[in-house]
Design a protein around this ligand. Structure first.
Ligand code: SF4
Length: 401
């Protein structure tokens, strides 16, 4: 599979930021050894963030975002800055490109903003063919723990060094996220996956979380039985030995809980993703808020991909109904899809997020951290649904919670 074909969620995101005409586009061309960004001596040529997939070895597939200059204060510039911030929101690492004038208060402010977003920062002092690095800039980088190098995008100088700094800056937990089935399944174990095919299931295929978990079962050299809810009892009876674990679509958890004997471990696809992409403990804690909700509370339901909602849509219909039935109260629901995640998080009493199989770990973690930072409880679909069906304790038990 080429870098272009790797799913977005499995790529690291590197955002290239700085002033207009610091040489960001030329640097991207040098980093990717291609001519894809328009390079112009005129300031502000890059309008929206330009995404370029690249195989940054030994790290793996990455997407570089060549962003618009952050110093454009025209009204169009404000939209560009918004798009740059969006790119930063999903970034594993930000590269601050500095022109021959060195670090000014503008660059120092960007460095502070990026630090506040907890994004690792690397400084690239560009145009080293024209200017030398100032000692005070070196001191600033050292004092602020910012790895840096001088580069010349035009003369292709120190580009390899910059790549090494970028790779080193990617947080270890993003380089090697916990596997979906870590600690749950070993070679030769038998696993049952329950994948209901209802009206909301896509035609002719399984959805990504199911495919990814099936792939991990195969990678682990374990055996998988894939079944619908109606065939689950027969599937269990047909097995010579008890399965190590049953993993089900969250929407079927109530029926599946009744069929699977208590001595067999049971969890959901969505809960596995809560651990893999975010933090299961924080999200399990967040579900406790469901018992404290009051009439009229605002609840945000966020999905990381968009699709046409059916009559029985999980986000718009099923979860709101289950929550109201469980609590006996009425709430105000807001829905967000794709890369749209609100700034005004404090308005919400609870955030319920999907498994986020389409997001990379950096972006999902940033969403989680923003909620924690602003004191807004966050949970996910599988956890919230299990809570409303009275089976939460059972489905988080395999994780020692
Ligand atoms: S991004 Fe979310 S809603 Fe979309 S398929 Fe993945 S888990 Fe489901």
């Amino acid at each position: 599979m080429s870098a272009e074909q790797t799913p977005r969620a499995l790529r690291h995101i590197i955002a290239i930021i700085g002033r207009r005409n610091a040489g960001k586009s030329s640097l991207l061309n040098a980093l990717t050894e291609q001519d894809i960004s328009i390079v112009s001596p005129e300031a502000g040529t890059t309008t929206d963030a330009v995404a370029k997939p690249y195989e940054l070895l030994p790290l793996g597939p990455v997407t570089f975002y060549d962003t618009a200059g952050l110093d454009d204060d025209s009204s169009l510039g404000q939209q560009r800055i918004k798009s740059t911030r969006k790119a930063l929101y999903k970034a594993d690492v930000a590269v601050l490109v500095v022109n021959e004038d060195g670090l000014g208060s503008f660059e120092k402010q960007i460095a502070a903003d990026v630090r506040e977003m907890q994004i690792p920062l690397v400084a690239a002092f560009n145009k080293c063919d024209k200017a030398t690095l100032r000692p005070e800039d070196e001191t600033f980088c050292r004092e602020n723990n910012i790895p840096y190098t001088v580069v010349s995008a035009l003369e292709n100088k120190n580009i390899t060094r910059l790549k090494e700094l970028i790779i080193a800056a990617v947080p270890e937990e993003n380089k090697r996220p916990i596997k979906l089935l870590d600690g749950l399944v070993e070679a030769k174990d038998s696993v049952i996956l329950v994948t209901p095919i209802d009206t909301s299931a896509p035609k002719g295929r399984l959805i990504l979380p199911q495919v990814q978990i099936l792939r991990e079962v195969l990678d682990t050299k374990a055996f998988a039985t894939v079944t619908q809810t109606e065939e689950l009892a027969d599937s269990l009876a047909a097995l010579k030995d008890k399965p190590r674990i049953v993993i089900t679509d969250s929407q079927a958890i109530l029926q599946v809980d009744k069929i699977v004997p208590p001595e067999i471990a049971l969890t959901t696809f969505s809960i596995l993703f809560a651990r893999h992409k975010a933090d299961l403990q924080i999200m399990a804690e967040g579900a406790k808020t469901i018992d404290r909700l009051e009439n009229g509370d605002k609840i945000l339901i966020a999905e990381a991909c968009s699709h046409h909602a059916q009559d029985d849509d999980i986000a718009k219909v099923k979860i709101p109904n289950w929550l109201s039935r469980y609590t006996g109260k009425k709430f105000e629901f807001s829905f967000r899809t794709g890369s749209d995640f609100p700034e005004n998080l404090e308005e919400y009493r609870l955030v319920i997020h999907c498994g986020a199989c389409m997001l990379n770990k950096a972006e999902m973690n940033r969403r989680l951290r923003e909620c924690v930072r602003r004191g807004v409880p966050i949970t996910n679909y599988g956890i919230a649904i299990s809570k409303t069906q009275g089976v939460l304790e059972r489905v988080i038990k395999p994780f020692g919670l």
